[in-house]
Design a protein around this ligand. Structure first.
Ligand code: NI
Length: 140
């Protein structure tokens, strides 16, 4: 059995701007080392994934998505994805954040697994900066 105290060393390659942003956050938050920040980020990633796997049953969902509307073909793809789930998507609200960024809030109601699939499909598109999913279980 392995414990968090058994350390493995890994080497990773990252785009410079991503690492710069990460380091900036680590500095603001007062992390003593980059390794500690990366460990925390990985723990959060795992927690988020587990949380996503637990989204089941009838849910009310809210997706908040930020994207670059000038990214080639993205608007078309986002529209097509949303039209694939006519029965789940209740409404959406769009606001223009800046010259090329938009925020969209999508209100959904339906099976948690389907809501999660929609969020993941949106998230995986190039040009999509962030997707946040919140769900509320519907009590019987
Ligand atoms: Ni816009």
């Amino acid at each position: 059995m392995s414990h968090e105290s058994d350390l493995s060393r890994i080497g990773i390659s990252l785009p410079k701007n991503l690492l710069d942003k990460f380091d900036e956050i680590l500095e603001c938050r007062g992390y003593s080392s980059r390794s500690e920040g990366i460990r925390d980020a990985i723990r959060n990633y795992i927690t988020y994934y587990k949380w996503m796997s637990d989204v089941t049953g009838e849910r009310q969902g809210i997706i908040t998505m930020v994207y670059d509307h000038e990214h080639r073909g993205l608007l078309q793809v986002l529209t097509e994805i949303q039209h694939d789930y006519l029965d789940v998507i209740q409404s959406s609200l769009h606001s223009h954040v800046s010259h090329d960024r938009c925020v969209e809030i999508i209100l959904l109601r339906g099976d948690g697994k389907v809501i999660k699939d929609i969020a993941e499909r949106l998230m995986s598109q190039k040009g999509v900066e962030s997707v946040k999913l919140t769900t509320i279980p519907i009590e019987e």
